[in-house]
Design a protein around this ligand. Sequence first.
Ligand SMILES: [Zn+2]
Length: 67
Amino acid sequence: MLTCKQATQLMSASQDRSLTRKEHWSLKMHEMLCKGCRNCHQQLNLLHQLGPEWQKRLQGDEEKGAS
Ligand SMILES: [Zn+2]
């Protein structure tokens, strides 16, 4: 069984490369049992769908602060 840390690592890896079948299923199994990681994965996917432009914008806003 994966730990939450390993699960999050697989999630971010899956944004850059395809997971092996084994990795994919261990992540799925973990997410079935762990609500926290399920939510985390949804947010990651959302960010990924928005794309690098938005990720930059969101991070940039934090650095700049309120203007
Ligand atoms: Zn977890």
